[in-house]
Design a protein around this ligand. Structure first.
Ligand SMILES: Cc1cc2nc3c(=O)[nH]c(=O)nc-3n(C[C@H](O)[C@H](O)[C@H](O)COP(=O)(O)O)c2cc1C
Length: 157
């Protein structure tokens, strides 16, 4: 799918309101999980994507191992990937293969993006915080180093 680099805030509203695919990486292992709890905005004069991940997720340990992630908004063709990524664990399942997803290298980080995504963000974790009594999740603040959108999405605007 042809992608064009975009301003990090250009499709923020769409990203925030759509279940997304979060990609993380450990020692040689790439994993994907479904993610609803996220926001995009400016913090510390930087474009930042904040994600909330529960400590029980395999993804949580990968984020600690490699402090980077990509956030990917699925195209309608791969919308079924959300239920696979959100109901199996990467501890015992290769969800990338199971969901039929293709990985593509990022420009600025070692964690890959999803080729079939409509929108993708490359993020480097610059801060973390516990979410206190809201839910037992940790907030990972990722500086958005680059953002991309499918050409077809840009043509719709
Ligand atoms: C639509 C959807 C949204 C989800 N959003 C989140 C979320 O924001 N944070 C979170 O920690 N888990 C969320 N989950 C649950 C994880 O995706 C799920 O526990 C997954 O199996 C974890 O995979 P892992 O063990 O490979 O990391 C969501 C699940 C679904 C189906």
């Amino acid at each position: 799918m042809k992608k064009i680099q975009i301003d990090p805030y250009q499709f923020a509203e769409k990203t925030i309101s759509t279940s997304s695919l979060l990609v993380s990486k450990g020692k040689g292992k790439v994993n994907v999980m479904a993610l609803d709890w996220k926001s995009i905005g400016e913090l510390w004069m930087l474009p930042v994507c904040t994600i909330a991940v529960a400590p029980s997720r395999f993804t949580f340990s990968l984020l600690e191992e490699t402090p980077e992630f990509t956030l990917n908004v699925p195209s309608p063709e791969i919308s079924s990937a959300i239920s696979i990524a959100g109901s199996y664990s990467g501890r015992d399942t290769d969800k990338i293969a199971k969901a039929g997803l293709t990985l593509t290298p990022s420009q600025h980080i070692s964690v890959p993006m999803i080729e079939e995504a409509l929108i993708s963000y490359e993020c480097k974790i610059i801060h973390t915080a516990e979410s206190g009594n809201m839910a037992h999740h940790r907030l990972f603040f990722g500086e958005i180093l680059a953002a991309y959108a499918a050409e077809s999405l840009l043509n719709e605007e």
